[in-house]
Design a protein around this ligand. Structure first.
Ligand code: FMN
Length: 136
């Protein structure tokens, strides 16, 4: 009889751990960060295009969605994804020598992605600013 109780205990532990895993998955902490910056004079359109295509790969692999605008001088970028990944990425972006004067505009918890599921897309700055207004 005791070993039956033991088996039951084991089964209920397995079930409990299954439930915990799915609960954590559903409650994954998500973050939205929006910043503005100024591209260095030597940073050209082609450099930004390269950043966007490189970023698309990294971002898709890491469950990050993003939109970036560049008007020849100013940059505005929206990033959404898992808390720790977005924070780490923002640290790398802020330290990137291709732009300067990075100003954090938004840093907020979100329940899930609101941007289209591309890893990174480029949009006109007017569209991105409108999206920033809506998201704030
Ligand atoms: C304006 C701007 C936006 C960037 N956005 C992203 C991005 O969304 N995802 C990404 O992986 N890298 C992005 N990067 C590139 C990162 O700054 C960095 O070069 C990249 O994460 C590789 O980092 P590492 O050289 O430390 O490995 C961006 C760079 C700039 C200048």
């Amino acid at each position: 009889m005791p070993h039956v109780v033991g088996d039951l205990q084991l089964i209920s532990d397995i079930n409990r751990s299954r439930i915990v895993i799915s609960t954590n998955a559903g409650a994954k902490k998500m973050l939205r960060m929006i910043y503005a910056s100024i591209a260095l004079r030597k940073t050209k359109d082609v450099d930004i295009e390269r950043i966007v295509s490189f970023s698309a790969m990294f971002n898709v692999d890491n469950d990050i969605t993003g939109v970036l605008a560049f008007d020849g001088m100013r940059i505005v970028q929206i990033l959404e994804g898992p808390d720790d990944v977005v924070s780490d990425l923002f640290g790398r972006i802020a330290a990137d020598r291709r732009h300067e004067g990075v100003v954090e505009l938004v840093n907020q918890r979100i329940d899930g992605h609101t941007l289209d599921r591309w890893g990174m897309v480029r949009r006109p700055i007017s569209d991105v600013l409108l999206a920033v207004e809506r998201l704030r």
